[in-house]
Each structure stands twice: as structure tokens, then as C-alpha cells.
Design a protein around this ligand. Structure first.
Ligand code: SF4
Ligand code: SF4
Length: 185
């Protein structure tokens, strides 16, 4: 069923793999931007961009965190590029339950690139600003897209917790925390 279309600015980051030297400044910048308080710490594990880095094979490939997925893929692919074979999950952007990448290390919640959403907005995402090799280039273009219901960040987080701990344990935990909050009030 086709819905209403609306015009929107599509923001993208063009990744020029040939220019990436694996310095990982982008990971540091992203984790600092999303630290609480902002810029208080750096930890690439919390970054929404990860660089696949295999110096001996001369491979440096930045990958951005995409949508959370509750299940593993049914099919897996292997990639061969210039005679080199890559792991089936190497280029995947999903925060998936079957691997550790793109999960917040303490809570396990999925991480997703938000293009450094902030108020006031940044002129360019921070990873782009820090990539002195210009391997990451910020681009904007206008597109007509289907109007979609916005997905709440809270819903995504709850869905991932439900997958990890099960519906009953999650409901019990919410009820327990509510009782605690009521007592304090
Ligand atoms: S900052 Fe740029 S050159 Fe350095 S790892 Fe990230 S994408 Fe590659
Ligand atoms: S655009 Fe912002 S949120 Fe996305 S990876 Fe770069 S620094 Fe992180």
C-alpha cells in the first residue's frame, strides 16, 4: 500500500575506503560526542562507527551502525574482493544479537548512528570533521519519500531488552522499578 509522499533532506556520509588509513579518529570522536556528559570520555566500544582494521592485509573499512535487528540473518554471505575473502558479517551495519559490535558495552543496548543530532546542530557530523584524510564526506540531497511513523528510541531499546531477557523478566523489572519509584514519591 503506497502512502503519502513528502520531501525531505537525506543526509549521508560518503565513505571513500581508498582514503582511510585506519587511524580510528572517527571512533574516538563519535564516542566522545555520545559520552555523558558530552566529551567527558572516549571509548571506541561506544562508537557508532567502527573501522574494520587488518593492517597486514592493508584493509581499513569504516562501517556505520544501522538499525537494530532482533534476529540473526537466515542466510549468510561471504565476500571476495581483490582475491581477499571477508567474514560474512564484516560489512554489516546492524546491531544484531549474535555479535558484540554496535552494542553499548555496559547496558548491551543497540547503538545507531544518529548523524550527531544535537541542538544547536553541528555543521558536519563529528567523525567527518575529525577524518583529516577525507575518507568520510558529508552530503545532503533532497528526495521524495514515503511518510513514515517515527520510531521512538525508547521502543527500540525496549525491543532489544525484550529479546535479550524475555518479555516476562522485562515486565517484572518494570513493575519492580515502578513500585520503588512509588515508594520514593
Ligand atoms: S578518521 Fe577517517 S581515516 Fe581515520 S579511521 Fe576514520 S575513516 Fe579512516
Ligand atoms: S555521524 Fe556522528 S553519530 Fe554517526 S558515526 Fe559519525 S560521529 Fe558517530
Amino acid at each position: 500500500m503506497s502512502g503519502e509522499k513528502k520531501k525531505r533532506i537525506v543526509k549521508t556520509i560518503h565513505v571513500n575506503v581508498d582514503k582511510c588509513n585506519g587511524c580510528r579518529a572517527c571512533e574516538v570522536a563519535c564516542s566522545a560526542f555520545h559520552a555523558t556528559p558530552k566529551y567527558s570520555t572516549t571509548n571506541p566500544e561506544r562508537s557508532r562507527i567502527r573501522v574494520i582494521r587488518e593492517p597486514l592485509r592493508d584493509v581499513f573499512l569504516p562501517v556505520y551502525a544501522g538499525e537494530y535487528t532482533a534476529a540473526e540473518c537466515a542466510g549468510r554471505d561471504r565476500y571476495t574482493i581483490d582475491g581477499r575473502s571477508y567474514d560474512e558479517c564484516a560489512f554489516c551495519r546492524a546491531a544484531c544479537p549474535s555479535r558484540d559490535v554496535f552494542h553499548e558495552p555496559d547496558s548491551g543496548l543497540p547503538l545507531k548512528c544518529d548523524l550527531c543530532e544535537s541542538d544547536p546542530p553541528l555543521e558536519k557530523p563529528l567523525c567527518v570533521q575529525w577524518c583529516v584524510n577525507e575518507a568520510l564526506v558529508y552530503e545532503e540531497r533532497e528526495e521524495w519519500v514515503e511518510a513514515e511513523e517515527p520510531v521512538e528510541e525508547l521502543d527500540v531499546g525496549l525491543a532489544s531488552l525484550m529479546t535479550r531477557f524475555g518479555r516476562e523478566r522485562l515486565a517484572d523489572a518494570v513493575a519492580r522499578l515502578s513500585r520503588k519509584a512509588e515508594k520514593k514519591a
